[in-house]
Design a protein. Structure first.
Length: 397
């Protein structure tokens, strides 16, 4: 079977992209599988089993070509796909030249992994203006309640692109994969058919170790964007440190708010206790040093690979009460849940763990055990391949 994986960012820059390349690597090890990938990047490049087209950087250009077909790019995509002759095309994130890409893949059996709530909300945040999660995904009834991204005209354009893409995906894609049961429910509510829960692969750790753990040290790892809740996290950490000066925090990642984050950290007097090592491809040492991982996202996360990575290292996660954390974290058993809109809640939860190594170990080992039961990498891969075979036969309505 010949599989073509397609993504809008052909680089290992985030959770969805790491999953994309992990899936490609695992599929290539399956006898009888030929696997190719196609995507977009800063510079065009190609190899034996991949092709990268130059991507768009301008947000306006991305939006325009989500809506309108680009004749030249459509031709290039169609020719590249024809040269591969895939049995199944597996889409991932597709925010680059969306209209052209969907036209080019239309003649083939197509499946898609939905990595975030962008399938049910034009901003992908799935939040109302009061920062509460939307229970349905975008509806006419709550159209003006959703957070307006950028400005009103941009939001309306995003909404138009969203409805157009949503309509096309429902017609073209034969199977939808989602990384959590909650996102599957949202997809069903929004008239997506044939949706299946497929968790990401878990990272295999040789053995859980606490030898290097500092019980006063915490970790955040991820994109430094406001939707990740990084500023409230910093404010709450400053409050906690007033009560426990031994506290330290590593913020591993990069993003649009990195410079402002560093400035705010200095303003809060945290220069000696908050560290910014930048984006880290391998986080093993950071997990081993920390007592717990903080997952402060304000938006509704579809999964959160950082959570399962922490669990695989036997570290509890302090996560928000929206999206995937309440599903992955059993409060007070495998980690701790907090309300990001309640001032002082996160600082209290940090202080509840800090300096308590036995409690940290208990929560961490129970999190490790839960992950072992939750995800079986071989079963996940077998399920994906089974669904590829099912996608070869058009589903009956």
């Amino acid at each position: 079977m010949r599989i073509l994986l397609i993504t809008d960012n052909h680089s290992r820059s985030g959770g969805a992209e790491h999953y994309f390349f992990d899936l490609k690597s695992r599929l290539k090890n399956v006898p009888g599988m030929e696997v190719y990938s196609l995507g977009f990047g800063n510079t065009p490049e190609s190899g034996k089993d991949y092709r990268v087209f130059k991507g768009l950087k301008s947000k306006l250009a991305k939006l325009v070509w989500q809506i309108l077909p680009h004749p030249v790019m459509y031709y290039r995509l169609r020719k590249q796909i024809e040269s591969i002759r895939p049995d199944v095309i597996h889409l991932h994130n597709i925010k680059q030249y969306t209209a052209s890409l969907l036209s080019a893949v239309k003649p083939y059996p197509v499946v898609q992994t939905v990595h975030d709530y962008g399938a049910v909300c034009p901003t992908a945040h799935n939040l109302h203006k009061d920062h509460q999660p939307c229970p349905t995904g975008l509806r006419l009834a709550c159209f003006w309640e959703h957070q307006v991204k950028y400005n009103l005209p941009a939001y309306l354009a995003l909404a138009f692109a969203f409805y157009k893409t949503q309509h096309q995906l429902r017609k073209i894609v034969r199977k939808f994969f989602a990384p959590s049961p909650q996102l599957v429910e949202y997809l069903h509510r929004n008239r997506f058919k044939h949706c299946t829960y497929i968790p990401p692969f878990k990272k295999t750790v040789p053995a859980v170790s606490f030898h290097k753990m500092n019980p006063h040290h915490f970790l955040f790892a991820g994109n430094l964007g406001t939707h990740k809740g990084i500023y409230p996290m910093l404010e709450e950490f400053a409050i906690a440190r007033q009560k426990d000066p031994a506290l330290t925090l590593t913020i591993a990642g990069t993003g649009p708010e990195e410079k402002r984050m560093r400035q705010r950290s200095d303003e809060l007097g945290l220069k000696q206790s908050v560290f910014f090592p930048g984006w880290q491809l391998q986080l093993e040492q950071e997990y081993e040093k920390c007592a717990a991982v903080i997952f402060p996202s304000l938006w509704v996360e579809a999964f959160g690979l950082v959570i399962t990575e922490a669990m695989s290292h036997g570290r509890p996660v302090i996560g928000t009460n929206r999206g995937s954390p309440p599903w992955l974290i059993d409060d007070q058993k495998t980690g701790i849940i907090f309300d990001p809109l309640k001032k002082g809640d996160l600082s209290d939860k940090i202080l509840a763990l800090a300096g308590r190594p036995e409690q940290i170990k208990t929560l961490g080992m129970q999190a490790h055990a839960k992950l072992r039961e939750l995800i079986d990498n071989e079963k996940v891969l077998s399920q994906i391949i089974h669904l590829y075979h099912q996608a070869l036969v058009p589903a009956s309505e």
